[in-house]
Write a protein that binds this ligand. Structure first.
Ligand code: 2U9
Length: 338
């Protein structure tokens, strides 16, 4: 008992330096081979009539040691990073900053431009039925795009397929909504293609649709002209070439003057001075009628563009596979772009 009293005083007077000192105290007094355990082991040598008093004393002693240890630990800081042992002059640990995917960047730019013109943004399912993807779009039963060679059908239920364009989203809008309709539909589409630098089994589109009274081909031209000027700069020139799509009549493809050579002719524009960027046209009356929209009262224009194509022109990406290989050497070139 005398010894315990002395040890208590020793503990009260104990001074420790930092976390190491606190740990040394713990080992000395509270460790498995420490003084507290040692004294507890003495219980067997204590006469029976004094065991109770001895027990109380030992417990109190243990508490004194534990309290002291907590105090020493708190004073040292709870772990290794106490303010005293951080060297504030060292450079910080670098945090690798991610970047937006180039396709997301360009899709956002396209969407922002059309939103300013009053277009709403809509999304829809990637697994579609034949009607929304083909039938409603005026693609006949025997159209080659419906072929297994061109379209991915779902094995378990061939009535379902992976959408080949985002027109199916506009179809779903027209089902629910009366004109005026002014919407753009960004999204991923799938085609059964052999993967190469110039083709992939999936890519991304932004399609647009504007249906109202008195919508004309002039509206189409001005809208798309405004879009390319915002996207590529005021100096860009455009030209429309007649084309054919089952869902538009008349149809036109739009070219812009080559951004690389300014129209003089280079490898990118195959020495024509022009590069194709999108397809467009006046919505086919049959497509409007498919949704109960009176084609005598309403007209509309539609367009579609590949986001990969626009990104290729904007950032000179020359291999489609780069977009989905997740190679950080490619992706980190877009750090900081917004
Ligand atoms: C509705 C009616 C008509 C959307 C259109 C195009 C022309 C077109 C291609 C561009 C490159 C697809 O990504 S691409 O391969 N698209 O040329 N798309 S008009 O026409 C519609 C859409 C919806 C209801």
């Amino acid at each position: 008992m005398q010894q315990i009293e002395e040890l208590k005083q020793e503990i009260n007077a104990y001074e420790a330096d930092g976390a190491d000192g606190a740990e040394a105290f713990r080992i000395k007094y509270l460790g498995t081979k420490g003084i507290v355990k040692n004294i507890m082991g003495e219980m067997k040598n204590v006469p029976n009539d004094q065991k109770k008093a001895f027990g109380l004393l030992v417990n109190e002693f243990k508490q004194v040691a534990e309290t002291k240890y907590e105090t020493l630990k708190a004073a040292a800081g709870s772990d290794e990073t106490s303010a005293s042992n951080i060297d504030l002059s060292l450079p910080g640990t670098p945090v690798t900053v991610g970047s937006r995917h180039p396709l997301s960047l360009v899709r956002n730019q396209i969407v922002t431009i059309f939103k300013r013109l009053g277009f709403a943004v809509a999304e829809g399912p990637e697994i579609e039925d034949d009607w929304h993807n083909f039938g409603a779009m005026n693609l006949p039963e025997d159209h080659p795009a419906r072929d297994m060679q061109d379209t991915f059908y779902i094995n378990q239920n061939p009535a379902w397929l992976l959408r080949t364009h985002t027109s199916s989203v506009q179809a779903r809008i027209m089902e629910k909504q009366k004109p005026p309709i002014r919407v753009i539909c960004p999204g991923r589409v799938y085609r059964n293609e052999t993967i190469s630098a110039r083709a992939h089994c999936f890519f991304h589109q932004v399609e647009g649709l504007y249906v109202d009274e008195h919508v004309s081909f002039a509206d189409l031209k001005q809208t798309l002209y405004f879009f390319v000027q915002e996207m590529f700069g005021k100096d860009v020139k455009v030209r429309f070439r007649p084309s054919y799509f089952p869902f538009t009549e008349p149809s036109a493809e739009m070219d812009i003057s080559c951004l690389i050579c300014g129209g003089d002719g280079c490898a990118v524009c195959k020495h024509t001075g022009w590069v194709e960027i999108l397809g467009s046209g006046m919505v086919h009356p049959k497509v409007l009628e498919n949704f109960g929209i009176d084609s005598n009262k309403y007209t509309g224009f539609a367009f579609g563009m590949g986001v990969e194509r626009i990104t290729q022109l904007k950032y000179q990406v020359n291999d489609l596979r780069l977009y989905s290989q997740n190679d950080v050497r490619f992706l980190k070139q877009f750090t900081g772009a917004v």
